[in-house]
Design a binder for this molecule. Structure first.
Ligand code: PGA
Length: 249
């Protein structure tokens, strides 16, 4: 039985004051929630404030990216150790916006992933095809390339500690959610890739989230699918009520 995870990715939204206001409104709405793990990924500047605001709840705080080196002359970068120091427990890696706008590749995702695992942070690794790739019938090819490149050199034990998020790029921020069937098909394929590389047991326990225009209205249909173990939510995670409805699906 895989425990569901509902994660919010705030992207470049929310000041410190807005972060505190969010938690004040959100915590009471999820106080009785036992059926899933809740994760929120605010921008770097709000991590410590979010950790503080989440105290006394089961909400885990995640970062949206990090660098693989421990320290050094890498202007603008943040290390895994620095994240841990804020009280952060997880980190999103390889989000399609990082790949699209900031030159993230499967090779850099892999270096970050290994650094995160070594530091004891839980990585949430994102994969997903672009619209033209889906339309050209290349979805599985793209997923296979991102999976094998991103997860390269991981041991079975390390694989058991990561979360995967399937985020078809054409569904992110577009209001165009993948149907539960489309998402399920891709996620079943990702699980098969996991089984091939890390064995059937590792793949069976790996939690695979769906991301892309998840809303209170479509979460149930998605969560009813066998290989969808949770959601990575962008836009709808900014609103405490909408996000609590997703968490309490
Ligand atoms: P969205 O974003 O829910 O706003 O589509 C999802 C994501 O990018 O993680």
């Amino acid at each position: 039985m895989r425990r569901p995870v509902i994660a919010g990715n705030w992207k470049m939204y929310k000041t410190l004051a807005e972060t505190r206001a969010f938690f004040e409104a959100f915590k009471p709405l999820v106080v009785g929630t036992k059926k899933c793990d809740i994760v929120i990924a605010p921008p770097f500047t709000a991590l410590a404030a979010a950790v503080e605001a989440a105290k006394g709840s089961s909400i885990a705080i995640a970062a949206q990216d990090a660098y693989w080196e421990c320290e050094g002359a890498f202007t603008g970068e943040i290390s895994m150790g620095m994240l841990l120091e804020t009280g952060c427990r997880a980190v999103i890696l390889g989000h399609s916006e990082r790949r699209q706008y900031f030159g993230e590749t499967d090779a850099t995702v892999n270096r970050k992933l290994r650094a995160a695992v070594a530091a004891g942070l839980q990585p949430i690794v994102c994969v997903g095809e672009r619209l033209e790739e889906r339309e050209a019938g290349k979805t599985e090819e793209v997923l296979e390339r991102q999976f094998s490149g991103g997860m390269a050199a991981l041991t079975d034990a390390e694989f058991s500690r990561i979360l995967i998020a399937y985020e078809p790029v054409w569904a992110i921020g577009t209001g165009r959610t993948a149907t539960p069937e489309i998402a399920e098909e891709a996620q079943r394929f990702i699980r098969r890739l996991g089984a091939k590389k890390f064995g059937a047991d590792g793949a069976a326990t790996c939690r695979i989230l769906y991301g892309g225009s998840v809303k209170p209205e479509n979460i149930r249909g998605l969560m009813a699918q066998e290989d969808i173990d949770g959601a990575l939510v962008g836009g709808a995670s900014l609103d405490p009520r909408a996000f609590s409805e997703i968490v309490n699906y």
